[in-house]
Ligand binder design. Structure first.
Ligand SMILES: CC(C)=CCC/C(C)=C/CC/C(C)=C/CC/C(C)=C/[C@@H]1[C@@H](COP(=O)(O)OP(=O)(O)O)[C@]1(C)CC/C=C(\C)CC/C=C(\C)CCC=C(C)C
Length: 596
């Protein structure tokens, strides 16, 4: 027991503390299921080892009761090892959106098929070799044989079920969660064996050590059991990814899918997978990773289908914003604006004067697809096709395009004051409401759809209002950070009325974006942003479980940009350099998850 108190329990406690902020109900069930499987699979095997005298425990070292001849300390080891390795796997895998790795399920590249075949043959071969060593040759090969013949068939089953998925995952997410706990347990075992906690009887072992007094058999045992745990967790993740990725196969997904649903995920043939959707999800993740450090980082704490829908929403917003930003003339910008409105018209009926939008009952998807292919560049296709219009309200989407239309005004050829649409503070509020308040509303709609069936209409309205204000706050931070960058492309979002107060004009800001007044206006924008944040932040506590913590992370990571700007009043954005360092983001994330 002392080795547990000294080595395994402290590590488990430490890992629990580190992983606690991201752990959710699904992780809990995953770990529990793995522990039950590991325990039941190891129990008869271990008991056999002890009965046949392969393993002994010196009575002066092992105290307390036994079950089926196995000391409680050893039984506890099955649990704690599974727990430790599972937490390490979860920590490495949380940043990944597993859905994108389903791409290898159909028409996988040859190297994946060959690796799966090779791995399967190796595991089958090791299983057979294990049987031969344990029961054929026996003697000093007994223990090694028993390890192989017991563990390799289990590993083979998971490999058959999820081999391609496991191979597609980055090695950091599979190899490291095997190697890290294995190395740790090797070192612990070296110390425990050295002190005679347990021992393998001579005559049933090879008598060779990997290093020090760590027997080859013990080293193999830790390696293969950690492999089994990681393969088992990856198999769960593959079926969860199927459930989360395909609304046409699983229209409703609870916060924690049931074992029956997981089984259904297993038995849905890959021919029913929508591979175009998987490619689109992958493209959306690539876009998010390339364009926004804040939201990419925050996306990793979301889970399930909500995470996929948010990434798809981001991809649509970013793609639309880029189409407008990259256009070279006002006319081109307006063409994109018109096409984006027409795209939305396929799904929604907008009454612009009443400010109301209703979802169309029937959508001719073939017509939409044709429109997308003929009117938009190929890079925009997946972002348009996968926008979850069946969940998102139409009104904020139209308002978002209204906001982009205001951006187009900056490009008007006419050299008149029309070129600068932000004349008064109310224009700045309206602009920010369009491009960011809408995003807040869309995010809340997604969270409530996925997790908040019990939300009352009054509570929902209060949250929607707060979400618009929070969006405006984030947009002010964005404008404050980018005053100089925007001025370079001829955009001045500072209200002309503010500029007038100090005898400035938008043209003068464009000529000299580093003049002292811009830093003064930056402070003013940030003050307003934090005022709005102070109002809206407490209302986020009303968001449903499952969406609340991660959304607070997203908001706080963005507001942290504002805090850093306040700490460094003369700091100017440099291209390619993160405003918020990774360590500070991590700390903000932990604080946000704990406070929510
Ligand atoms: C976690 C995750 C993937 C979230 C996705 C959020 C999302 C859909 C963002 C869309 C971003 C986007 C490209 C919008 C187009 C218009 C625009 C440029 C808006 C500015 C965003 C900055 O994005 P950008 O890619 O430029 O990021 P970088 O600065 O380059 O890092 C905005 C500043 C708007 C962002 C606004 C929000 C995310 C809304 C915030 C409000 C809530 C989340 C609601 C809170 C709820 C309550 C109840 C208060």
């Amino acid at each position: 027991m002392t080795s547990h108190l000294k080595y395994t329990i402290p590590l488990a406690v430490l890992l629990t503390g580190v992983a606690y902020p991201i752990l959710n109900r699904v992780h809990f069930y995953q770990i529990l299921a793995l522990i039950v499987i590991a325990f039941t699979a190891t129990l008869p095997w271990d008991s056999h080892l002890i009965k046949t005298g392969v393993w002994t425990y010196p009575s002066e070292v092992v105290i307390g009761p036994k079950w089926l001849g196995i000391p409680y300390e050893e039984l506890f080891f099955f649990i704690i090892q599974t727990y430790i390795t599972s937490l390490i796997y979860i920590l490495f895998n949380q940043p990944l959106l597993h859905a994108q790795y389903l791409k290898s399920q159909r028409n996988a590249p040859t190297w994946i098929n060959l690796t799966k075949l090779g791995g399967g043959l190796i595991l089958a071969g090791l299983s057979a070799l294990g049987g031969y060593l344990a029961f054929g040759i026996a003697g000093e090969f007994t223990y090694l044989g028993l390890i192989l013949v017991w563990a390799c068939p289990f590993a083979l089953i998971t490999w058959i079920l999820a081999g391609k998925f496991i191979i597609s995952l980055p090695w950091m997410c599979t190899v490291l969660p095997v190697l890290l706990p294995t190395t740790y347990l090797w070192l612990v075992d070296e110390l425990a064996l050295g002190r005679g906690t347990w021992s393998i009887e001579s005559g049933t072992k090879l008598g060779r050590c990997l290093f020090g007094v760590l027997e080859i058999e013990e080293a193999t045992f830790f390696l293969v059991t950690n492999m089994l745990i990681v393969f088992g967790l990856a198999t769960f993740d593959q079926y969860l990814a199927v459930i989360y990725s395909f609304p046409h196969l699983f229209p409703e997904v609870p916060q924690a899918p049931s074992p029956l649903m997981l089984l259904q995920g297993r038995f849905k043939g890959t021919s029913s997978y929508d591979m175009e959707r998987i490619r689109g999800i992958k493209e959306a993740v690539i876009r998010l990773k390339a364009k926004s450090r804040s939201f990419y980082f925050a996306s990793s704490v979301f889970t399930g289908r909500l995470r996929i829908d948010l990434v798809l929403l981001y991809s649509f917003c970013r793609m639309a914003d880029d189409l407008i930003d990259d256009a070279t003339t006002h006319e081109e910008m307006m063409t994109w604006v018109t096409k984006l409105y027409r795209f939305l018209d396929f799904y929604y009926d907008r009454d612009a004067t009443a400010g109301e939008t209703t979802r169309r009952k029937k959508v001719n998807q073939l017509e939409v697809d044709k429109f997308i292919v003929t009117e938009f560049p190929p890079s925009a296709k997946s972002a348009l096709k996968l926008l979850p219009t069946d969940i998102l309200p139409g009104h904020p989407l139209y308002l978002l395009i209204d906001g982009f239309k205001m951006d187009a005004q900056f490009r008007t050829e006419k050299n008149t004051t029309d070129r600068f649409p932000i004349k008064e503070e109310k224009d700045l509020i309206q602009y920010s409401l369009c491009v960011a308040g809408t995003i807040g509303e869309l995010c809340v709609s997604l969270i409530v759809y996925h997790f908040g069936s019990s939300c009352s209409p009054v509570a929902l309205n209060a949250m929607l209002d707060a979400s618009r204000q929070m969006g405006i706050a984030l947009q002010y931070v964005n404008i404050a950070r980018d005053i100089q960058v925007d001025a370079k492309i001829g955009r001045v979002y500072l209200p002309m009325s503010w500029l007038k107060e100090v005898d400035l004009t938008p043209e003068k800001i464009i000529q000299d974006p580093l003049c002292p007044e811009t830093f003064m206006f930056r402070e003013r924008l940030l003050d307003e942003a934090f005022r709005l944040w102070t109002y809206a932040r407490p209302l986020m506590n009303g968001l449903p479980d499952g969406g609340r913590g991660p959304m607070v992370v997203a908001v706080e990571n963005y507001m942290e940009i504002g805090r850093i700007l306040r700490e460094n009043p003369r700091r100017v954005r440099t291209v390619g350099k993160a405003t918020v360092p990774v360590s500070r983001r991590a700390w903000v994330t932990i604080k946000a998850l704990i406070s929510a």
